[in-house]
Ligand binder design. Structure first.
Ligand SMILES: [Cu+2]
Length: 129
């Protein structure tokens, strides 16, 4: 009984650590629940790995979508607006990509999900350190 309790505590603390180091956000895009994970929290200047899980209204993972990411920083003194694009690739029922932020500050991220000729999107902001 004691061993089970100790294992449970270890599992819970490991799970806690895993979620603490990742940036996570879940948003609704039409009928889809879109969960986004970035491997750094806060995201950093340079490479950040992003994984996107898309579920339909039955909770099933959607694996036949085209997933495009746009990440932008509005113009600021001495810097024209930055617009980057990336396409995510399906790996283990998740769409994976790498975002390369060229400077710190606020970035706008748009994820466009195209399936059966219809596009839905989610938007969120990250504060890159
Ligand atoms: Cu800037």
């Amino acid at each position: 009984m004691k061993k089970i309790l100790i294992s449970l505590i270890i599992i819970l603390s490991v799970a806690g650590l895993a979620s603490a180091k990742d940036y996570m956000v879940t948003k609704q895009a039409g009928d889809y629940a879109v969960s986004v994970k970035i491997d750094k929290n806060p995201p950093v200047t340079g490479d950040n790995k992003m994984e996107i899980t898309i579920r339909d209204k039955t909770g099933a993972e959607v694996t036949d979508a085209i997933v495009a990411i746009e990440y932008t920083m509005p113009a600021m003194p001495g810097m024209p607006a930055i617009n980057y694009k990336s396409t995510a690739e399906l790996k283990n029922k998740q769409y994976a990509t790498t975002l390369n932020f060229s400077m710190s500050g606020a970035w706008n991220i748009t994820i466009k999900i195209t399936r059966a000729g219809k596009t839905q999107s989610v938007k969120f902001n990250v504060d890159v350190s």
